[in-house]
Design a protein around this ligand. Structure first.
Ligand code: SF4
Length: 330
């Protein structure tokens, strides 16, 4: 164990679950380096300070506008830069989205996320999205949207329509970011997050691991998230889904234990945030998912698809939750 890790191990405040925004890279690096049982123990201890460990928040994600995105995110099948076979589709109608939300609610979801493959929404598109938000809210679901970059006034409009959460991921560390996306900057992302926060919308922000990043990039990503002025209320940690046609299709998959470590460090450094075991579950063994829950993940996406990539079937999820004694968070 490193000296830094020993110091952290001796610090009883580390499992206090206190919310801090002054995490240093050294501290986060030392958490990643802890012996696995110690890391999981701490993540569980912190988790139990703020959450019932048997409860899992369930969200459903619907692609309301698919494909044709001008951005070049190297992992994304919806980018126009890559030939992935995703057919572009226009923005869905408000009625169709609300009907999908009703079905999601009946299937047990408490939050409905609407994703559109845009660099940023045009104002006329935003009118329609605001109507979707109001319609979904009216049937008693929490609302979330991911629409790309937002200006301050667009965020205010979504807030007035009743949007509860906005998803905008940092994706990776500031250092590795340029290897993944060139069409917008890390600063752009942080600015959108600030607009969302200023508009009074809850922030959903995390990243993707397994994109060929170094361990230090995972340290950098978690440190950036954990030192935001307010922690994201929701932190999705995605395992890369390698889609044929994208530049990341043939990379080495991440070791599942490294993935679980990332979840655990997110849990410890952002103790009150809901940590979402997000994309990549389709390729994950049940044992790995169980370890993720043990490491403090307490949210999943339900439904057979995550935007354009596969997700475990609902029945499979229900069986796994049942096996683990987990129940949907109310
Ligand atoms: S991740 Fe979003 S912004 Fe990037 S290419 Fe895909 S749809 Fe566009």
């Amino acid at each position: 164990m490193s000296v830094a890790a020993v110091e952290i191990a001796a610090d009883p405040a580390d499992v206090s679950g206190l919310v801090r925004h002054d995490w240093t890279r050294e501290e986060v690096r030392a958490l990643f380096a802890l012996p696995f049982p110690e890391l999981i123990f701490r993540a569980q201890a912190v988790h139990r300070r703020h959450f019932d460990p048997t409860e899992v928040q369930i969200s459903t994600l619907l692609s309301i506008k698919t494909g044709g995105c001008p951005e070049d995110c190297a992992y994304c099948p919806q980018s126009v830069h890559y030939d992935t076979g995703v057919k572009p589709e226009k923005l869905m109608s408000v009625a169709a989205v609300v009907a999908e939300a009703r079905a999601a609610k009946a299937a047990g979801a408490s939050r409905f996320c609407m994703g559109a493959a845009w660099r940023e929404p045009k104002d006329r598109d935003l009118d329609k999205v605001c109507a979707m938000v109001a319609g979904v809210k009216a049937i008693g679901l929490e609302t979330c949207a991911t629409l790309g970059m937002l200006t301050g006034s667009q965020a205010q409009r979504l807030s007035s329509a009743g949007l509860d959460y906005y998803n905008h991921n940092l994706d990776t560390s500031p250092e590795y970011y340029g290897a993944i996306i060139t069409t917008r900057t890390y600063r752009d992302r942080l600015d959108t997050l600030a607009h969302v926060r200023d508009a009074g919308i809850h922030v959903c922000c995390g990243g993707i691991v397994g994109m060929g990043e170094r361990a230090e990039d995972r340290v950098g990503m978690i440190t950036t998230l954990a030192t935001l002025p307010v922690h994201p209320e929701s932190v999705p940690i995605n395992m890369l889904v390698r889609v044929e046609g994208t530049p990341l299709a043939t990379g080495e998959p991440i070791d599942p234990i490294d993935f679980v470590r990332t979840i655990a460090v997110a849990r410890i450094t952002m103790p009150k945030s809901v940590v979402r075991l997000s994309a990549g579950r389709e390729d994950m063994r049940e044992e790995t998912q169980a370890l993720c829950f043990l490491a403090g993940a307490n949210s999943i996406f339900y439904g057979p698809k995550l935007l354009t990539t596969p997700n475990p079937e609902r029945d499979h999820d229900l069986r796994l939750m049942d096996k683990l004694g987990l129940v949907p968070m109310r």
